[in-house]
Design a binder for this molecule. Structure first.
Ligand code: DGP
Length: 118
């Protein structure tokens, strides 16, 4: 069982923000911004590559609700999902990082030439 499925099953503790029948949101263990929450579906899906559009429909609303719950919906925030090796995905259970609580930077993402594919 993956680590996020264990969090869903309460086999591993987490700091939960919001939960409903289908989704769970909790604080990231290694925060990279004052607000850094992970939102996940309770059904195991490896990554964004495999997720069904029907799940994303309600996932979108859930992420919006997390932003409201954390009081960052008006000030602004960033949503990121890492996919696969080049996406630097460590945990193979679909999750959306929700960052906020401060002005976020938008600096370099890799050491490769960003114009090499243009
Ligand atoms: P990613 O690289 O996108 O797969 O990010 C995985 C994130 O999951 C990373 O920011 C750290 C977080 N994380 C990993 N294990 C745990 C855990 O046991 N508890 C919590 N709360 N977060 C975790």
């Amino acid at each position: 069982m993956c680590i996020f499925c264990k969090i869903i099953n309460r086999e591993i503790p987490s700091n939960i923000i919001l939960e409903n029948e289908d989704f769970l949101a909790f604080h990231d263990i290694n925060p990279k911004a004052p607000v850094h929450v992970l939102a996940i579906p309770k059904v195991h899906v490896d990554s964004f590559n495999e997720v069904a559009p029907e799940i994303m429909k309600n996932m979108t609303k859930f992420i919006q609700d997390v932003a409201k719950e954390m009081n960052i919906d008006k000030s602004g925030y960033r949503v990121i999902t890492n996919v696969g090796e080049n996406g630097a995905q460590e945990v193979k259970h679909l999750h959306f990082h929700i960052f906020g609580g401060a002005k976020l930077s938008w600096s370099h993402l890799s050491d490769a030439n960003p114009k090499s594919m243009i």
